[in-house]
Design a protein. Sequence first.
Length: 202
Amino acid sequence: MSFRKQVHFFDKLYHKGINYYKSNFPLKAFDKGTLSGEATPYYIFHPAVPKRIHGVLPDAKLILLVRNPIDRAFSHYNMKVQQGWEDIPTFEEAMGKEPERLQAEYDKMEQNPRYYSKKLRNFSYLARGRYSEQLERWLEYYPIEQIRVYQSERFFEQPQEVLREIYEFIGVSDFVPDNLKVHNKRHYEAMSPETREKLRQY
Protein backbone atom coordinates (compact mmCIF):
# COMPACT_ATOMS: atom_id res chain seq x y z
CA MET A 1 0.00 0.00 0.00
CA SER A 2 0.96 3.65 -0.30
CA PHE A 3 2.85 5.23 2.60
CA ARG A 4 -0.25 7.18 3.58
CA LYS A 5 -3.85 6.14 3.07
CA GLN A 6 -5.07 9.08 1.00
CA VAL A 7 -2.59 10.10 -1.70
CA HIS A 8 -4.89 12.58 -3.53
CA PHE A 9 -2.73 12.40 -6.64
CA PHE A 10 -5.41 11.95 -9.28
CA ASP A 11 -7.63 14.73 -7.90
CA LYS A 12 -5.37 17.33 -6.28
CA LEU A 13 -1.74 16.63 -7.21
CA TYR A 14 -2.03 15.31 -10.75
CA HIS A 15 0.07 18.17 -12.11
CA LYS A 16 3.10 16.84 -10.22
CA GLY A 17 3.44 13.94 -12.62
CA ILE A 18 3.69 10.17 -12.42
CA ASN A 19 7.11 10.12 -10.73
CA TYR A 20 5.63 12.01 -7.79
CA TYR A 21 2.85 9.43 -7.60
CA LYS A 22 5.36 6.58 -7.57
CA SER A 23 7.22 8.26 -4.71
CA ASN A 24 4.22 7.56 -2.49
CA PHE A 25 4.88 3.80 -2.63
CA PRO A 26 7.72 1.58 -1.42
CA LEU A 27 10.13 0.50 -4.17
CA LYS A 28 9.03 -3.12 -3.92
CA ALA A 29 5.55 -2.04 -5.04
CA PHE A 30 6.95 -1.89 -8.58
CA ASP A 31 8.43 -5.39 -8.59
CA LYS A 32 6.95 -7.71 -11.18
CA GLY A 33 4.03 -9.64 -9.75
CA THR A 34 3.55 -7.29 -6.79
CA LEU A 35 0.14 -5.78 -6.12
CA SER A 36 -0.16 -2.36 -4.53
CA GLY A 37 -2.85 0.21 -3.97
CA GLU A 38 -4.08 3.30 -2.18
CA ALA A 39 -7.35 4.54 -0.70
CA THR A 40 -8.53 8.06 -1.54
CA PRO A 41 -12.34 8.21 -1.10
CA TYR A 42 -12.67 11.48 -3.03
CA TYR A 43 -11.58 9.75 -6.24
CA ILE A 44 -15.02 8.23 -6.76
CA PHE A 45 -16.64 11.67 -6.87
CA HIS A 46 -14.12 13.92 -8.67
CA PRO A 47 -15.31 14.15 -12.30
CA ALA A 48 -11.82 14.10 -13.86
CA VAL A 49 -10.37 11.18 -11.90
CA PRO A 50 -11.70 8.14 -13.84
CA LYS A 51 -10.06 9.30 -17.07
CA ARG A 52 -6.82 10.19 -15.30
CA ILE A 53 -6.51 6.86 -13.51
CA HIS A 54 -7.35 4.91 -16.65
CA GLY A 55 -4.63 6.76 -18.53
CA VAL A 56 -2.04 5.50 -16.05
CA LEU A 57 -3.58 2.26 -14.73
CA PRO A 58 -5.97 0.79 -17.31
CA ASP A 59 -5.82 -2.66 -15.69
CA ALA A 60 -6.48 -1.44 -12.15
CA LYS A 61 -9.08 -3.17 -10.03
CA LEU A 62 -11.31 -0.66 -8.29
CA ILE A 63 -13.02 -1.14 -4.93
CA LEU A 64 -15.71 1.39 -4.01
CA LEU A 65 -16.96 1.50 -0.43
CA VAL A 66 -20.23 3.42 -0.22
CA ARG A 67 -22.27 4.44 2.79
CA ASN A 68 -25.99 5.08 3.24
CA PRO A 69 -26.21 8.47 1.46
CA ILE A 70 -28.40 10.03 4.15
CA ASP A 71 -26.02 9.22 6.98
CA ARG A 72 -23.04 10.03 4.76
CA ALA A 73 -24.35 13.54 4.02
CA PHE A 74 -25.09 14.34 7.67
CA SER A 75 -21.72 13.02 8.84
CA HIS A 76 -19.95 14.99 6.09
CA TYR A 77 -21.64 18.23 7.16
CA ASN A 78 -20.81 17.74 10.84
CA MET A 79 -17.20 16.89 10.05
CA LYS A 80 -16.78 20.08 8.02
CA VAL A 81 -18.31 22.12 10.83
CA GLN A 82 -15.85 20.60 13.30
CA GLN A 83 -12.95 21.23 10.93
CA GLY A 84 -13.92 24.88 10.54
CA TRP A 85 -14.73 24.73 6.83
CA GLU A 86 -18.50 25.07 7.14
CA ASP A 87 -20.06 28.23 8.56
CA ILE A 88 -23.68 27.64 7.55
CA PRO A 89 -25.34 26.99 10.93
CA THR A 90 -27.72 24.15 10.02
CA PHE A 91 -27.52 21.04 7.88
CA GLU A 92 -30.87 21.86 6.31
CA GLU A 93 -29.69 25.30 5.17
CA ALA A 94 -26.44 23.87 3.81
CA MET A 95 -28.40 21.33 1.75
CA GLY A 96 -30.53 24.11 0.30
CA LYS A 97 -27.49 26.11 -0.79
CA GLU A 98 -25.50 23.17 -2.13
CA PRO A 99 -26.53 23.33 -5.82
CA GLU A 100 -25.64 27.01 -6.09
CA ARG A 101 -22.36 26.56 -4.23
CA LEU A 102 -21.22 23.68 -6.41
CA GLN A 103 -22.27 24.86 -9.86
CA ALA A 104 -19.72 27.66 -9.94
CA GLU A 105 -17.02 25.14 -9.00
CA TYR A 106 -18.01 22.76 -11.79
CA ASP A 107 -17.78 25.67 -14.21
CA LYS A 108 -14.28 26.57 -13.03
CA MET A 109 -13.11 22.97 -13.33
CA GLU A 110 -14.45 22.74 -16.86
CA GLN A 111 -12.61 25.91 -17.86
CA ASN A 112 -9.36 24.93 -16.14
CA PRO A 113 -8.57 21.19 -15.76
CA ARG A 114 -5.85 22.01 -13.20
CA TYR A 115 -8.25 23.88 -10.92
CA TYR A 116 -8.72 22.10 -7.59
CA SER A 117 -11.96 22.98 -5.85
CA LYS A 118 -11.92 22.86 -2.07
CA LYS A 119 -15.57 23.89 -2.07
CA LEU A 120 -16.54 20.91 -4.22
CA ARG A 121 -14.71 18.56 -1.90
CA ASN A 122 -16.00 20.13 1.32
CA PHE A 123 -19.60 21.08 0.55
CA SER A 124 -20.84 18.24 -1.70
CA TYR A 125 -23.05 16.72 0.99
CA LEU A 126 -25.84 15.49 -1.27
CA ALA A 127 -23.93 15.21 -4.53
CA ARG A 128 -21.44 12.71 -3.17
CA GLY A 129 -24.26 10.39 -2.18
CA ARG A 130 -25.56 10.11 -5.75
CA TYR A 131 -23.51 7.00 -6.36
CA SER A 132 -25.14 5.92 -9.62
CA GLU A 133 -23.97 9.11 -11.35
CA GLN A 134 -20.43 8.55 -10.13
CA LEU A 135 -20.36 4.88 -11.10
CA GLU A 136 -21.53 5.76 -14.61
CA ARG A 137 -18.45 7.96 -15.03
CA TRP A 138 -16.18 5.08 -14.01
CA LEU A 139 -17.95 2.69 -16.38
CA GLU A 140 -17.03 4.95 -19.28
CA TYR A 141 -13.41 3.87 -18.75
CA TYR A 142 -13.48 0.55 -16.91
CA PRO A 143 -15.51 -2.62 -17.51
CA ILE A 144 -17.72 -3.70 -14.66
CA GLU A 145 -15.49 -6.77 -14.20
CA GLN A 146 -12.76 -4.48 -12.83
CA ILE A 147 -15.05 -2.79 -10.30
CA ARG A 148 -16.54 -3.96 -7.01
CA VAL A 149 -18.95 -1.90 -4.93
CA TYR A 150 -19.50 -2.65 -1.24
CA GLN A 151 -21.80 -1.06 1.31
CA SER A 152 -19.81 0.16 4.30
CA GLU A 153 -22.63 -1.02 6.59
CA ARG A 154 -22.11 -4.58 5.39
CA PHE A 155 -18.34 -4.24 5.68
CA PHE A 156 -18.60 -3.22 9.33
CA GLU A 157 -21.07 -6.02 10.09
CA GLN A 158 -19.25 -8.75 8.15
CA PRO A 159 -15.65 -7.57 7.73
CA GLN A 160 -14.09 -11.01 7.37
CA GLU A 161 -16.54 -12.10 4.69
CA VAL A 162 -16.12 -8.88 2.70
CA LEU A 163 -12.34 -9.05 2.95
CA ARG A 164 -12.37 -12.59 1.58
CA GLU A 165 -14.43 -11.40 -1.39
CA ILE A 166 -12.00 -8.55 -2.00
CA TYR A 167 -8.96 -10.82 -1.83
CA GLU A 168 -10.56 -13.16 -4.35
CA PHE A 169 -11.34 -10.17 -6.60
CA ILE A 170 -7.76 -8.86 -6.61
CA GLY A 171 -6.25 -12.33 -6.79
CA VAL A 172 -4.36 -12.71 -3.53
CA SER A 173 -4.40 -15.42 -0.89
CA ASP A 174 -7.03 -15.31 1.81
CA PHE A 175 -5.89 -13.44 4.91
CA VAL A 176 -8.09 -11.83 7.55
CA PRO A 177 -6.44 -9.70 10.26
CA ASP A 178 -7.30 -10.57 13.85
CA ASN A 179 -7.77 -6.92 14.80
CA LEU A 180 -10.50 -5.18 12.79
CA LYS A 181 -11.25 -2.17 14.95
CA VAL A 182 -13.22 0.86 13.76
CA HIS A 183 -11.10 4.01 13.70
CA ASN A 184 -12.10 7.70 13.69
CA LYS A 185 -15.65 7.02 14.83
CA ARG A 186 -17.41 10.32 15.55
CA HIS A 187 -20.60 11.13 17.42
CA TYR A 188 -22.98 13.92 16.41
CA GLU A 189 -26.41 15.12 17.45
CA ALA A 190 -29.16 13.10 15.80
CA MET A 191 -30.71 14.26 12.56
CA SER A 192 -34.31 15.40 12.84
CA PRO A 193 -36.94 12.92 11.57
CA GLU A 194 -38.25 15.59 9.18
CA THR A 195 -34.84 16.07 7.57
CA ARG A 196 -34.27 12.32 7.29
CA GLU A 197 -37.63 11.87 5.58
CA LYS A 198 -36.84 14.72 3.18
CA LEU A 199 -33.58 13.04 2.25
CA ARG A 200 -35.30 9.69 1.72
CA GLN A 201 -37.44 11.39 -0.92
CA TYR A 202 -34.46 13.19 -2.51
